[in-house]
Design a protein around this ligand. Structure first.
Ligand code: COA
Length: 305
């Protein structure tokens, strides 16, 4: 049973005052309680709560009504000018009275004070409530991504794919800037479900760690790039790898993913998460190699602040 009548709360007279403040560890119990049934499988908030509260490069905010925590959101400062919002949750008994709107506005104020120029977040294509809130707050959808998965890790032969060498970073960077996929992806790459702007320093980091695969054409020019990461090993305690960014035509993608599969097969990796911008030549190549898509897509929203 709702602790207040939503109809009464929505009427102007009874509309309760919503306060937004920094989250405290004492909010834990109330927050975990209203997050219990966010999704059919529960929620990931209890897993990240302590880390969010301690984060030096971010802030978790809580909305309260009459002192009771009824909503949360976390903001992470990824780069001096870009922030990432996540974990927007409103207690089901307090929805549609402006809680998420109030917290998001405070997050944006905080981000602006910290010098950020852009705020981004992701929501699933079937999350109409979140999309409605975002639209009302002036966020715009900028790119669509899919998550595809395979556990079919086989030995493969690739022809024109290899790890990017340090001295090829410039040519790879140039390729990205002529690429339609890079434009469609809004210049973003992902680690887990968190998207970042792909800058030269990021590419250099992937190259240095041997996490960047290139594909070259018959003329020896770069015409494909795949970036990978293994944060899933630590975060999800799985022997898995994810693609953070895939760029190239059907043939280039097919060859790079064969190279990746072969690499994973050699290491005994059990699963590959294929995150990619939603582009047909890329998703067709992944499907050809046994990757299965999830039901919904991921839409990244952005707001200039
Ligand atoms: C999405 C969510 C955070 C919205 O929280 P909320 O506090 O109810 O949102 P608000 O009251 O600020 O909504 C503001 C406006 O967004 C729109 N909106 C919000 N929920 C909506 C819904 N279910 N259907 C249609 N429009 C909706 C409305 O225009 C609403 O204004 P109105 O009520 O005056 O018409 C909440 O539904 C929730 O916790 N969902 C589960 C977790 C989730 O999906 N999080 C987002 C992940 S990206």
């Amino acid at each position: 049973m709702p602790r207040f009548s939503i109809a009464a709360m929505k009427s102007r007279k009874a509309k309760p005052k919503i306060y937004v403040r920094k989250a405290r560890s004492s909010d834990r119990e109330a927050v975990f309680k209203f997050c219990e049934k966010t999704w059919s499988w529960g929620d990931y908030i209890p897993r990240v709560w302590d880390r969010w509260l301690k984060a030096k490069n971010g802030r978790a905010l809580v909305a309260t009504i009459n002192g009771l925590p009824i909503g949360i959101c976390q903001l992470g400062i990824d780069k001096p000018y870009e922030v990432w919002l996540r974990g927007a949750r409103t207690d089901p008994d307090y929805r549609r009275i402006g809680v998420a709107t109030a917290i998001t506005k405070k997050c944006l104020e905080y981000a602006k004070r910290k010098g950020a120029k852009v705020a981004r977040l992701v929501t699933e294509s079937d999350n109409l409530a979140a999309q409605a809130v975002l639209q009302k707050l002036g966020f715009k959808p900028i790119a669509e991504f899919v998550e595809m998965v395979t556990e079919n890790i086989t030995e493969e032969k690739s022809r024109n794919s290899r790890w990017v060498e340090k001295n090829e970073t410039e040519a790879t960077w140039k390729f990205l800037h002529t690429s339609e996929t890079h434009r469609k992806a809004a210049g973003l790459y992902t680690i887990l479900f968190h998207w970042f702007s792909l800058e030269k320093q990021d590419l250099k980091r992937f190259v240095k760690r041997q996490k960047a695969i290139l594909h070259e054409n018959e003329k020896g020019e770069v015409n494909g790039l795949t970036l990978i990461d293994e944060t899933t090993v630590r975060e999800w305690r799985e022997n898995t790898v994810q693609t953070c960014y895939i760029d190239g035509g059907y043939d280039a993608t097919l060859d790079m993913i064969k190279f990746l599969k072969n690499h994973c097969w050699g290491l005994g990796v059990k699963k590959i998460y294929g995150f990619t911008c939603n582009r047909k030549p890329i998703t067709r190549a992944l499907e050809e190699l046994g990757f299965k898509p999830t039901d919904s897509t991921e839409i990244v929203y952005e707001k200039r602040i």
